[in-house]
Design a protein around this ligand. Structure first.
Ligand SMILES: CC(=O)SCCNC(=O)CCNC(=O)[C@H](O)C(C)(C)COP(=O)(O)OP(=O)(O)OC[C@H]1O[C@@H](n2cnc3c(N)ncnc32)[C@H](O)[C@@H]1OP(=O)(O)O
Length: 418
């Protein structure tokens, strides 16, 4: 019997959500409350949900939703955020993901979205669809007693700043604006919905499989009393046989708008009595963390991996949307097996702005859409891509010019999983 791949209706939704849950290895079905809560979410656009149905049962799922992505320079571009991708183990490797992805990318291009984004469950899945890793993440584990911090200072900020313990309602009050201001500073940040803040502060139905517990919330105020930082962390309740505290504090969210706020929040958490280990959560690879400690070797890297994957949908608009610190004129031959974003483009970039237009001039560099995506937010190195055989230098000196124009001083970072 042929499989029916189609848009999901409200009556399909409980079975579709069950298939997502099962595809992510959680048995059973979602609660009625969870289904109703998600259906009421204005960001859950059912016209962008696809499902494959076999004899009426959902066996594959795919969701996309409208997102804004911060690019270099602080502008945002409309992104097609891909999520909830599953194919039942009974129906894998028959091309179901390929069919749903092709349909979604064509629709996204049609809607005028500039890039597609996703967080890949496994590295090998999405390169074939023209995606490339555009931001990376690092998680550290800090052995607090080895960090060299002065326990007499008890984590008080320097320079007149102040740290306050607050509750979830305060986070819903301050968090969205802090996040919006972070998005203007950091390439790779993606928009957060109102529901995100509710779910992460316990004010909305928590999906059964997410196992949420109430965390601690702290804010940082600068010397003028302005809130410029937020940290959310959970603790366990571990004690050693000798009656010594052995608690681990794990960061769930940390937004710092200034380096002073970032330093103060890390020092605070590493000074909480009973906490002997701090897990940083997924941070930017160039987070200040290890080096804000007197002894950075107290921080062990526990994860370093690709995070936000990007796919170009509209090369001209994407390259014109970001800023460039250096001047360069480059012709890029962009290959795209998916037939969405291929072409030869002339990029005229300068600190004052950029123009990107189709051209017939001979190319300086040839690369795939996934490779361009990995350079787009300022992270990847053209030299490395060429050395890996994933990009071709077609004119001498093009690699150095391209690296000078694409790379940025700080690395991009996406704080969210979606
Ligand atoms: C953004 C997110 O939601 S990330 C979450 C992704 N989902 C998961 O990891 C859940 C568990 N896995 C699954 O549900 C499925 O295996 C999926 C969705 C990853 C793939 O679905 P399928 O329908 O099997 O993929 P499809 O048949 O279209 O495969 C296309 C190609 O990708 C390859 N491929 C698919 N999945 C994988 C994988 N996990 N690792 C390596 N290659 C893969 C296939 O072999 C195939 O290659 P080919 O064209 O050379 O033959």
């Amino acid at each position: 019997m042929s499989l029916d791949v189609r848009t999901v209706t409200a009556s399909d939704y409980p079975d579709w959500l069950r298939a997502v849950q099962n595809g992510f290895l959680t048995a059973g079905s979602p609660t009625e409350e969870d289904v109703a809560d998600r259906l009421a979410d204005p960001d859950n656009d059912l016209t962008r949900l696809q499902g494959a149905f076999d004899a009426g049962r959902c066996v594959a799922t795919f969701r996309s939703f409208a997102q804004r992505l911060t690019v270099v320079g602080g502008a945002t571009v409309p992104a097609d955020a891909v999520s909830g991708v599953t194919v039942s183990p009974t129906h894998r490797r028959r091309g179901l993901l390929s069919r749903m992805m092709a349909g979604d990318l064509a629709a996204a291009r049609e809607r005028g979205e500039v890039v597609a984004t996703l967080i890949a469950a496994e590295y090998p899945i999405y390169g074939r669809f023209g995606f490339g890793p555009a931001t990376w993440t690092t998680e550290w584990e800090v052995a607090v007693p080895r960090a060299g911090l002065d326990p007499r200072r008890s984590g008080q900020p320097e320079g007149g700043g102040r740290i306050e313990l607050v509750d979830g309602a305060d986070v819903r009050k301050y968090g969205p604006e802090l996040h919006t201001r972070l998005a203007a500073l950091r390439p790779g940040v993606v928009s957060r919905s109102e529901r995100w803040w509710k779910v992460h502060t316990g004010a909305a139905v928590i999906p059964a499989h997410e196992k949420w517990t109430e965390p601690f919330y702290v804010i940082h105020r600068d010397a003028d009393g302005e809130v410029d930082g937020l940290m959310v962390y959970g603790t366990d309740d571990k004690w050693g046989d000798g009656k010594q505290p052995l608690n681990t504090a794990t960061v769930r969210d940390l937004i710092a708008l200034t380096p002073a706020a970032e330093r103060a929040l890390w020092h605070f958490l590493c000074s909480v009595d009973w906490v002997t280990t701090v897990r940083s959560g997924y941070r930017a690879p160039d987070d200040l963390l290890p080096d804000v400690l007197p002894d950075p070797r107290a921080a062990r890297t526990v994860t370093h991996a690709d995070w936000l994957w990007l796919r170009m949908l509209d090369v001209e608009r994407a390259l014109e949307a970001r800023s460039y610190e250096n001047e360069a004129s480059l012709v890029l031959d962009v290959r795209d097996d998916g037939g969405v974003a291929q072409g030869r483009f002339l990029l005229d970039a300068s600190p004052g702005g950029a123009r990107c237009t189709p051209t017939t001039r001979s190319a300086d560099l040839a690369l795939g859409t996934g490779e361009l995506a990995s350079l787009y937010l300022g992270d990847g190195s053209v030299r490395r891509l060429v050395d890996l055989g994933r990009a071709d230098e077609l004119r001498a000196g093009a690699v150095e010019r391209a690296d000078a124009v694409f790379r940025t001083g700080r690395r991009p970072w996406c704080p969210d999983i979606f």
